[in-house]
Write a new protein. Structure first.
Length: 263
């Protein structure tokens, strides 16, 4: 296992695969690098992929201290520093997209091109999921909350043909305190005032049927970030990058390649 050490001494596990220009892949809330297992190889013909286990997940340390998306962004920088990578493209989905916003705004020299998937600016400007969605995720009946999350991630037709395992439902090895800290980090994210400072070429991607992180957040981000592009995937839910992997991967790689050619 390979680690970088954050400024506060926390060890951050990271994983590098493939060859070529580096693409950092940032997972969703309460998930380790395994969030990307189903699709990361799709980028390898053209890119090397770098993932990490957020503090509290996977093989990283799990301190019982407050977390934030800005802190997670600093952890990403620690990993880049450990590997001697001055600049990389960044693709963040869900909470990973919130971390990517912080990274691109606060460390612009470290980010080449930026892709924000199924994410939100947070704060009072972000569009929250409905009360019905939130209630569905805290049901007490055994298995009900997990099934609700599956159906927010994927369409019924796709689930019927893909019984799992599903690595987008959270890291099962997380301690309870880490889950609380991740939830707080995501809930307290507010990058609205930072977004106009993002200078990296930016693509915003979202599924049109995403209720977990409502699709209305996508145009908010695209309008707030200078010259950002917006791509909506019809019929896709929160895990668009997996269920619609052929379309989503192509859109992202085309954008990254165009951005590299223009720089």
């Amino acid at each position: 296992m390979t680690y970088a050490t954050a400024a506060d001494g926390t060890r951050i596990a990271y994983q590098y695969r493939g060859e070529g220009p580096v693409l950092v892949l940032l997972a969703g809330q309460s998930n380790s690098h395994r969030w990307w297992d189903a699709v990361r190889a799709d980028f390898h013909p053209a890119r090397g992929t770098l993932t990490l286990d957020y503090r509290g997940t996977g093989d990283s340390d799990k301190p019982d201290t407050p977390h934030s998306t800005a802190l997670f962004a600093r952890d990403v920088v620690a990993v880049l520093d450990e590997l001697g990578i001055d600049r990389a493209d960044v693709y963040g989905t869900s909470m990973g997209g919130r971390v990517a916003q912080q990274l691109a705004a606060r460390f612009p020299e470290r980010v080449g091109a930026l892709v924000l998937g199924c994410t939100s600016p947070g704060g009072p400007h972000g569009v929250e999921s409905s009360n019905d969605v939130r209630r569905s995720l805290v049901q007490s009946r055994p298995g009900a909350a997990r099934q609700a999350l599956l159906e927010l991630m994927y369409t019924p037709g796709w689930l019927a043909g893909h019984p799992g395992p599903h690595h987008t439902l959270g890291d099962p090895g997380m301690p309870a305190h880490s889950r609380r800290h991740h939830l707080a980090a995501s809930r307290h994210h507010d990058a609205w005032d930072l977004l106009p400072a993002i200078s990296a070429p930016t693509l915003v991607v979202h599924g049109t049927d995403d209720l977990l992180n409502p699709t209305a957040n996508a145009p908010l981000l695209a309008d707030r970030i200078p010259d950002a592009r917006l791509h909506l995937i019809p019929g896709a839910r929160h895990a668009y990058f997996e269920e619609f992997r052929s379309q989503a991967g192509r859109v992202v790689l085309d954008f990254l390649n165009r951005s590299a050619a223009e720089q």
